[in-house]
Design a binder for this molecule. Structure first.
Ligand code: PLP
Length: 301
């Protein structure tokens, strides 16, 4: 990215996982490449997952289920939250964005009133049990498609990056993107910095657990250290931050590339801050995870 490199005084590159293309693009397409064969092999006729109403995973899963002739049911909350953290004053918008595509792909949504993430997971388990009770063959997928398979997909993706980068910055939430990228890139001498889209620091444990699962199952290198930052979340998950929106404008106006308000804009705001502080220098790579539809589900700024 020559113009941003000149702005920042570093050599900055970008990985365009926003352009994976499938079901509107973004990082979840890579996970689905390894999750859907499991679903098909199980003989399931319906997939049940959960997430925020504006989840990119639900949207791309909807496309995958459509092309495989499977039902897709998602238990969703507009603004799930973590107890003990301040609730955002501006809840994310539920309409527009991914919801338009979820309609198109025929995703059946079961919208619960806002509650904790644990209540959302329980809601999904309950719904899966109810469908089984009606004779459906259900396959449950974890939030964000984060499992050993999801991490494995990103360990392979890491091989698409040439040597010679000092560091890689990527957005993180349910954890398998970072859990897959970090061990492989670290083994090759790159520093990997995850920027969290959620405030709760326990998410670090999710990344470590997913990396352990992927090591056990696929023999990936083990994750020895993890650098996950919680400083750029702003008001909360799903709510656009001022720094993120400013970073988004800078990316759009200097390089003609669109970030999303929930993940990649905040991750890029983190990158800009860490460069300004002198923590990140030399040749770096921003891993763009996608999320374009969310631009149309948030207020303009
Ligand atoms: C899901 C998502 C992430 C985070 O990936 P995880 O594997 O859940 O950590 C980042 N960016 C976008 C656009 C996403 O949809």
């Amino acid at each position: 990215m020559p113009r941003l490199s000149a702005d920042l005084g570093i050599d900055l590159w970008i990985k365009r996982d926003d352009l994976t293309g499938f079901g509107g693009g973004g990082n979840k397409g890579r996970k689905l490449e390894f999750l859907m064969p499991q679903v098909v092999a199980s003989g399931a006729d319906v997939v049940v997952t959960c997430g925020a109403t504006s989840s990119n995973f639900v949207r791309q899963l909807g496309a995958a289920c459509a092309m495989l002739g499977l039902g897709c049911e998602a238990v969703v909350m507009d603004a799930p939250f973590e107890p003990g953290f301040p609730r955002a004053s501006a809840p994310p918008l539920a309409e527009g964005g991914n919801e338009v595509l979820n309609d198109l792909f025929g995703v059946v949504r079961h919208r619960l009133p806002d509650g904790s993430w644990d209540e959302l997971f329980e809601g999904a388990a309950h719904h899966a049990a109810a469908l089984r009770g009606r004779g459906r063959r259900v396959f449950e997928l974890r939030i964000g498609g984060s499992s050993a398979e999801g991490a494995y997909a990103f360990a392979l993706a890491a091989n698409e990056i040439p040597d010679g980068f000092d560091w890689v910055v990527v957005a993180s939430s349910s954890g398998s993107t970072l859990a897959g990228l970090a061990p492989t890139l670290q083994t090759r001498g790159m520093r990997v910095v995850g920027i969290s889209a959620d405030p709760e620091e326990e998410n670090r444990d999710d990344v470590l657990r997913l990396a352990r699962e992927a090591t056990a199952r696929f023999g990936l290198p083990s994750l020895t250290s993890i650098d996950l930052r919680f400083d750029y979340v702003g008001e909360g998950y799903g709510v656009a931050s001022d720094a993120g929106q400013a970073a988004s404008r800078q990316m759009a106006r200097r390089e003609g590339i669109v970030l999303d308000p929930v993940y990649s804009a905040k991750a890029f705001a983190g990158l800009l801050d860490l460069v300004a502080r002198g923590e990140l220098t030399g040749r770096g790579l921003f891993w763009h995870t996608g999320g374009l539809p969310s631009v149309f589900g948030h207020p303009r700024s």
